[in-house]
Design a protein around this ligand. Structure first.
Ligand SMILES: Nc1nc2c(c(=O)[nH]1)N[C@H]1C(S)=C(S)[C@@H](COP(=O)(O)O)O[C@H]1N2
Ligand SMILES: [Mo]
Length: 199
């Protein structure tokens, strides 16, 4: 049986194996925001989960920061084709935030200060796949990268990781958020190259 190394060029680095198709490595941390950087004072910050009619849970900064936190090391993949490997964060997992919630609604729309929205299936939020992070590389998350707190869903393209997150609405059906309405893929798996919603 012939062993065929498809696409082997002899010049690929070990990290290429970690890159989804069509991505290239970057070592800096580009800033991509559709609107102005939001500056939210901690004493005004809150995060709310609702089901479209009722608030199911709400945290202010103090109660949010009393929740158990995790350190997370993950690779980031932006739809504009840069990937950044081994980024480190600290945050509260969505497992903690959704625990005991009286809802079995399967989709969520995340909302940010400044009106950005993005949609995600709830199954992609649980089992240690998504966090609300407030530290990057050991430091308080800078406003331009979404501080004081942003969503981090590293297994999907980075537009799903809403900066300046302020809440999530649980929904019975999937609905496009901001970029998804403008042609980005409704789900956005980088390993499947789900960049745009195809014809
Ligand atoms: N609130 C908000 N979140 C956002 C965005 C935005 O414009 N507003 N841009 C998204 C996109 S397209 C990307 S690639 C990442 C960029 O995150 P960064 O600026 O920290 O690299 O944030 C995502 N989250
Ligand atoms: Mo992006």
């Amino acid at each position: 049986m012939a062993i065929v190394s498809r696409g082997f060029s002899g010049r690929r680095s070990a990290s290429d194996a970690l890159l989804p198709p069509g991505q290239h490595l970057t070592t800096d941390f580009p800033v991509l925001s559709a609107g102005p950087t939001q500056h939210i004072p901690l004493d005004r910050w809150e995060f709310t989960i609702d089901d479209g009619s009722n608030v199911l849970n709400r945290w202010n900064w103090k109660s949010f920061r009393e929740l158990p936190t995790e350190r997370i090391a993950v690779d980031l993949h932006c739809v504009t084709r840069w990937s950044k490997l081994g980024t480190s964060w600290e945050g509260v997992s969505l497992d903690v935030l959704l625990a005991g919630m009286a809802s079995d609604l399967p989709y969520a729309m995340f909302r940010s200060y400044g009106d950005y929205t993005t949609n995600l299936p709830v199954k992609d939020l649980i089992n240690k796949q998504a966090w609300i992070v407030f530290k990057y590389d050991g430091e308080d998350l800078e406003a331009e990268h979404g501080g004081p707190a942003r969503l981090l869903v590293p297994h999907l393209y980075l537009w799903k990781s809403a900066k300046w997150v302020k809440g999530a609405t649980l929904m019975s059906e999937d609905k496009p958020g901001f970029w998804e309405s403008l042609g980005y893929h409704i789900y956005g798996d980088p390993w499947q190259e789900q960049r745009y919603s195809g014809a």
